[in-house]
Design a protein. Structure first.
Length: 156
């Protein structure tokens, strides 16, 4: 794999219908229960929203590049200062469950910096998917994202 192909990818089955899972990622009232603490608005194509992680004193803007309802979201954000893309793919299954795939790509820097960013992103999105699964399947808010760094974000 050359360094241009370095990306973070996490996938998981969520035992809920695709419309419910998709809605959990576009509606900040739901997303704030498993990822960020506050979002400025619903995800809509062409719109920018602000996501806040108040527990870390961190905010960022995300620009929605594409939405295919119940199938796909594509958002550009700058979590590490340089823009990268996050793509969610929602696959409805015959048993009423949803397979979710999240890919974060377009990392910047040399090969080592790209690899480090992909590893950190993979870890973070694994927490996001696990938190979404617990909330949507069992109504449990695990607090995975705020509990990841109980003493605040590490200094880089």
């Amino acid at each position: 794999m050359n360094d241009k192909e370095i990306a973070a990818k996490v996938e998981m089955l969520i035992r809920r219908p695709v419309a419910e899972v998709f809605e959990a990622f576009v509606d900040p009232q739901i997303t704030s229960r498993f990822w960020f603490s506050r979002g400025s608005g619903r995800l809509e194509a062409g719109k920018s929203v602000r996501w806040d992680w108040e527990m870390y004193g961190f905010s960022m803007d995300a620009h929605v590049k594409a939405i295919e309802p119940n199938k796909r979201l594509l958002v550009e954000w700058s979590a590490d200062g340089a823009p990268t893309d996050i793509e969610w793919v929602f696959t409805s299954r015959p048993d009423g469950t949803t397979f979710v795939s999240i890919t974060n790509s377009g990392f910047h820097g040399d090969a080592r910096e790209k690899a480090d960013a992909a590893i950190a992103s993979t870890e973070g999105f694994a927490f996001v998917l696990a938190g979404a699964k617990a909330l949507l399947e069992h109504g449990i808010q695990l607090n995975l994202v705020p509990d990841r760094f109980p003493d605040g974000l590490p200094k880089t």
